[in-house]
Unconditional design. Structure first.
Length: 524
């Protein structure tokens, strides 16, 4: 073997050694990171994609008209939290650019290794963690090496600068679709910033060479998940890690709460409570007054304990009078009857007969009434007993329930009108007046219902005021005489009217004599 061929073999082995050492270093870092997680969840990715160049020769990023420079890759990552994954990736494939205008192009091989972190948007802050589609952002650091090869038996060493290793800062975006716990499909676009400007053998002040990668990968997840409460959700994802054994849980490892009332089904004695209903510790709708009707249905939520209620939680009101039975002292009041606060029919006059039955609703207080609410009238004369001065003897309304004055009594009183005389200018009765007054006393004794008005009058001779005083004294004299005959004073009423109400002409002696009189009037 000549010296030239031995040199080529040496270069090839040297490049291979670099690649192997680079990949081993990143794999070691990835496994170390995985070992530090509480619940290790490892994913391996197999990628295929396209390398794109951006530099002094031109920009091939997102340019589908340029030649396709393919690469393949392998990644190893681990789950850190709902928001972050971390891992390594190694790629190997073609790298180049074809400039059709200047007929200058380059082509070679590129291998790289990166340490990356993914920020996942389905982290329960932006999107739900359980979403199958997971958008993410990527940021990392890495190294890239280059080599030349042959194309159609011609060396490409003059078309790419393969010396040294570039430092990379990859910045990317992508999304992963999780078919199930084991398999996912991922696309990502990564833009790589480098620290070199020599890969295209053209160096200017325009900045370092850069390249981008489009890749589609199949992601396979592995690792045993610790599940302390054996509910099927790993501790890392379990938001309720102490769930009792056998309890059905949701995707977050929390006991299922079908009606979303905050009480899990396995503790919920009322698992179908309507949404938004306040519940107690047993998951049943709150019943503040303990009447058996939950508050959300209870139209009377403050019913006293022990009171029977209807379907709406309101106290039973059997007679529908607006007063519940537990307060109603008259629970069988006919429908439509106006009642008081105790549920009893109104009795406006307080006679014990309710208004709806009372035919005399304005009876004075304390008056005894019959079953119709009307005052008693024992003698049936139309004058109630409480007004009737002769309650056991039919009479007239004019006489306050007493019968008409007897004819004999009328005759005696008429005689008294003419027979009662006084000494001249005095209030002293003449002896001739006494017999007729004795008859008047007898009439009053025989008719206990009679009261008597004694009205004294004078003629117009003399002083008017003195005549008024004289008439009063004469009426009083008659009253005193009748009292002396055993007639109660409260049955006699003496009044003096002086010159008023003359019954004859005061200009004649005969007329004046008639005007000097005492009139007797039976009253009741």
């Amino acid at each position: 073997m000549d010296r030239k061929n031995r040199f080529k073999i040496y270069l090839t082995l040297t490049n291979m050694k670099k690649k192997i050492l680079l990949l081993i270093g990143f794999v070691s870092i990835g496994w170390f990171v995985s070992a530090q997680t509480f619940d290790s969840k490892i994913a391996v990715g197999l990628y295929g994609g396209k390398n794109e160049y951006n530099g002094e020769l031109g920009n091939g990023i997102f340019d589908v008209a340029r030649p396709f420079y393919a690469f393949g890759g392998l990644s190893l990552s681990t789950y850190l939290s709902p928001s972050f994954d971390i891992g390594i990736q190694g790629n190997y494939g073609d790298y180049g650019y074809s400039n059709l205008i200047s007929f200058y192009s380059m082509w070679g091989h590129k291998y790289e290794g990166t340490l990356f972190a993914h920020y996942k948007l389905n982290n329960d802050y932006i999107f739900y963690e359980t979403n199958k589609l997971s958008p993410f952002l990527e940021l990392g650091v890495g190294l890239a090496g280059y080599s030349t090869g042959t194309q159609n038996g011609v060396s490409q060493s003059g078309r790419i600068n393969a010396t040294g290793i570039d430092f990379l800062v990859p910045l990317g975006v992508g999304f992963k679709y999780q078919f199930n716990k084991l398999v996912a499909l991922q696309y990502k676009f990564v833009y790589n910033f480098t620290n070199q400007d020599k890969r295209d053998n053209v160096m200017t002040n325009k900045g370092n060479d850069r390249f981008a990668e489009h890749s589609i990968g199949l992601i396979l997840s592995f690792g045993s998940s610790k599940d302390s409460d054996h509910d099927g959700v790993s501790d890392l994802n379990d938001k309720c890690p102490g769930t009792p054994k056998g309890v059905k849980v949701d995707a977050y490892g929390c006991p299922v709460d079908s009606d979303n009332d905050g009480v899990p089904d396995y503790l919920d004695k009322c698992p179908d409570t309507p949404a938004g209903t306040k519940v107690n510790a047993s998951g049943c709708p709150s019943d503040s007054d303990g009447d058996g009707i939950p508050d959300y249905k209870d139209k009377c939520p403050d019913t006293p304990a022990g009171v029977s209620v209807d379907a709406e939680g309101c106290p039973i009101d059997s007679d529908n009078d607006g007063v519940p039975d537990y307060l109603d002292k008259c629970p069988n009041t006919p429908r439509g009857i106006k009642v008081n606060a105790s549920g009893c029919p109104m009795d406006s006059d307080g006679d014990g007969v309710p208004d709806y039955m009372d035919k005399c609703p304005d009876t004075p207080h304390g008056v005894k009434v019959d079953m119709n609410g009307c005052p008693f009238d024992r003698d049936g004369d139309g004058v109630p007993d409480y007004l009737d001065k002769c309650p056991d003897e039919p009479g007239t309304i004019v006489n306050k329930g007493c019968p008409e004055v007897k004819a004999e009594a009328k005759k005696i009183l008429a005689q008294a009108l003419k027979g009662v005389q006084f000494e001249s200018g005095k209030d002293v009765l003449t002896k001739g007046s006494l017999p007729i007054l004795d008859k008047v006393a007898k009439v009053l004794k025989e008719n206990k219902s009679y009261d008597l008005e004694i009205n004294g009058y004078t003629d117009n001779v003399g002083d008017k005021d003195k005549n008024m005083v004289l008439s009063q004294k004469r009426a009083e004299s008659v009253k005193q005489y009748l009292e002396s005959k055993g007639i109660q004073a409260d049955r006699l009423f003496a009044h003096g009217y002086g010159e008023t109400n003359p019954v004859a002409d005061n200009t004649t002696a005969a007329g004046r004599a008639k005007n000097r009189r005492v009139e007797f009037k039976v009253i009741f």
